[in-house]
Design a protein around this ligand. Structure first.
Ligand code: KG4
Ligand code: ZN
Length: 335
């Protein structure tokens, strides 16, 4: 049998990425991060779409070259259909359709949040089912119950801001450049997480809320800066460590509650915020305490990447879940 060679495209936000996945093995994963947004303190949708247009051809070329395959060895083209910025999604989906059409191969539409979870199937060790995944990114915070690769149910989610959004917005209050999440993580490493206390919200079941934490940090900083204009500069590490500690604890409490109620011991984290060192350490610690088998994606597969789109497409292909040229991207859709 000829191998299944999937070209996967990810363009939902500010990363243009292409990957080649051959019989479920990632052969290349090229990611072009858009620098243009830094000066604006957040992703500017119009600029993101334009940057995707500039990056997509060279990124796809490089993915094919790195994998060492011929273009006509590709047997299917996959793309992120939802959710994301609509202009960004249109660039990736339009490119994928044209490419599939020119090679006369089928198309596979992938849900970005499902792909973040399936990033755990890129490399060994792979989780066993049922698997419980905390998916935390810039736009989403979800606890996902996975019964099989493509049978997933969101059992809890944020009622307002996403965890990554909370990291980024609080970083902005601290005058750190966008995206601030990784910088909060960096400064937190030398800070005292118990120095400042922020409230952990009480929300029903397995849901989350981060707007309260954001507001309490804002009021706290306003009060402190009034008394001492140098407060942030003098206490940056302790503020970052305390904020990170609060966000991580908020996330882990709900994950632990869900794991206990559902009696699941295969537990993972996914999405951009799963790169956070505090969250990774907390997952290990809660795992040791509760007898979980824990799964941490490699850094390369935490933030947005096309390898996770390709691996999801591989499982969809095994079930013959193809889409046709009429597929339209969507900013918000459930899988
Ligand atoms: O999954 P992702 O790349 O894009 C979305 O689908 O949203 O996640 C990006 C988010 C941003 O909010 C970014 O600040 C956050 O992930 N992030 C982190 C870290 N690395 C990325 N947050 C905290 N600590 C990190 N080390
Ligand atoms: Zn993402």
């Amino acid at each position: 049998n000829a191998p299944n060679v999937i070209l996967a495209i990810e363009s939902s936000c500010d990363e243009t990425s292409a990957a080649i996945v051959c019989d479920g093995q990632v052969q290349s994963n090229i990611i072009a991060t858009q620098k243009v947004h830094e000066q604006y303190g957040g992703v500017v949708p119009e600029l993101a779409s334009r940057a995707h247009l500039q990056h997509i051809v060279p990124v796809v070329d490089q993915a094919i070259k790195t994998a060492g395959i011929a273009k006509d060895a590709i047997t299917a083209v996959a793309f992120t259909q939802a959710p994301g910025l609509i202009g960004s999604l249109l660039v990736g989906s339009g490119f994928a359709k044209a490419f599939a059409q020119s090679l006369n191969v089928p198309l596979i539409a992938v849900h970005h949040m499902q792909a973040h979870v399936l990033a755990h199937w890129i490399e060994d060790p792979k989780p066993a089912f049922p698997f419980l995944c905390l998916t935390v990114s810039g736009g989403h915070t979800q606890i996902v119950l996975c019964r099989s690769h493509l049978d997933m149910e969101i059992i809890g989610e944020t009622l307002d801001d996403a965890a990554g959004e909370a990291f980024d917005k609080i970083a902005k209050m601290l005058q750190l450049p966008y995206p601030g999440g990784p910088l909060v993580d960096k400064y937190a490493k030398t800070g005292n997480p118990e120095r400042f206390a922020f409230p952990i919200p009480e929300i029903r079941e397995y849901d989350f809320s981060f707007s309260g934490i954001k507001t309490s940090v804002l009021y706290f900083l306003q009060k402190q800066v009034k008394e001492n204009p140098e407060f942030v500069a003098e206490n940056l590490a302790d503020i970052c460590a305390s904020v990170q500690h609060t966000i991580v604890k908020t996330l882990m409490k709900k994950l632990e509650k869900a794991a206990r109620h559902l009696k699941i011991k295969e537990i993972g984290i996914a999405g951009g915020v799963s790169a956070n060192s505090g969250l990774r350490a907390a997952l290990e610690a809660y795992g040791a305490k509760n007898g979980w088998k824990v799964y941490l994606p490699k850094f390369e597969y935490c933030t947005d990447n096309a390898a996770m789109i390709g691996i999801t497409a591989y499982y969809k292909m095994l079930l013959q879940q193809f889409t046709d040229l009429s597929a339209v991207p969507s900013a918000r859709t459930q899988w």
